[in-house]
Design a protein around this ligand. Structure first.
Ligand SMILES: Nc1ncnc2c1ncn2[C@@H]1O[C@H](COP(=O)(O)OP(=O)(O)OP(=O)(O)O)[C@@H](O)[C@H]1O
Ligand SMILES: [Mg+2]
Length: 255
């Protein structure tokens, strides 16, 4: 089992979009996938066409076979769920006191045979990011090819270093460029700078900007379902294939 966390220093870079669609792409490649929403925004469910009022989630139900929903797209899904302010405060207190709360529950699922756990996180530093990095084997730091996103990268590396210290089963932070465009000169320049400064840490696939991505969200569908042949869907499928290859070379976690 490999745990992949989608993280970012800056908000609105595409973590949730990519977490949902990469999870679905992994399932389309025959992998057994559990997708977990660690963001109070509850946005992952939009990509899976699920009604938030119907669903419990990690805050009330935790991580267990009974808290998982079977999404129509072949992945199991645990939403963040609806929580009252007091419930949320209590949950955050528990997470602060037990940094391995999520890890322990994911490990306990082992016998239910999951190949990939995909975690979506809120932007920046939070108790949820800390939990995600405590559990992750690989962190994918989503960045836009723009100056604002570029500026957040050093802080992201230091957060990851801080939260993954003394872990021998963490394979590192890889930067994943999203919403790239061949037509935009500034984008090309920032991508070149990313390559120069962080070449070894870059995922070798960038996800192109495609209008179908935002359209699909309006229809509450994953883009892989809405337009399987658009540029972003093609890149997401290649990204899932890259993750499967990475996973085979990284081996299974030993815990
Ligand atoms: N490759 C892409 N092409 C076009 N639009 C994209 C792409 N990826 C993401 N988007 C759009 O960018 C916006 C932000 O995406 P998303 O909500 O996934 O970001 P996020 O990082 O999860 O945000 P937050 O930090 O608030 O959780 C959405 O409108 C989404 O449709
Ligand atoms: Mg999000």
């Amino acid at each position: 089992m490999q745990v992949i966390a989608f993280i970012s220093g800056k908000g609105g870079v595409g973590k949730t979009t990519l977490a949902a669609n990469v999870a679905i792409a992994l399932a389309q490649e025959g992998k057994r996938v559990l997708l977990i929403d660690l963001d109070v925004q509850n946005a992952l469910r939009l990509h899976l066409g699920m009604d938030p009022l119907d669903i419990a989630g990690i805050v009330r139900e935790g991580i267990s076979p009974t808290s998982m929903f079977r999404s129509p797209f072949g992945v199991k899904f645990i939403p963040f769920g609806i929580a009252l302010k007091t419930e949320l405060e209590e949950f955050e207190t528990v997470l602060r006191q037990h940094p391995a709360w999520i890890l322990d529950r994911i490990v306990a699922l082992g016998k239910h045979a999951i190949d990939f756990v995909v975690l979506d996180t809120p932007p920046g530093s939070s108790v949820f990011l800390r939990q995600a990095l405590f559990a992750a084997n690989l962190a994918l730091g989503v960045v836009l090819a723009d100056a604002a996103s570029f500026a957040t990268i050093p802080r992201l590396f230091s957060l990851v270093t801080e939260y993954t210290r003394a872990r021998d089963d963490f394979y590192g932070l890889r930067l994943l460029a999203n919403q790239v465009s061949d037509q935009n000169q500034l984008c090309a320049q920032v991508r070149a700078a990313l390559q120069t400064d962080y070449g070894k840490s870059m995922v070798p696939i960038a996800v192109r900007c495609a209008v179908a991505v935002s359209e699909s969200l309006a229809f509450e569908q994953p883009v892989l379902q809405y337009d399987n042949s658009c540029s972003a869907s093609q890149d997401i499928t290649r990204l899932a294939q890259w993750l499967i290859k990475w996973s085979a070379s990284a081996g299974s976690r030993v815990r």
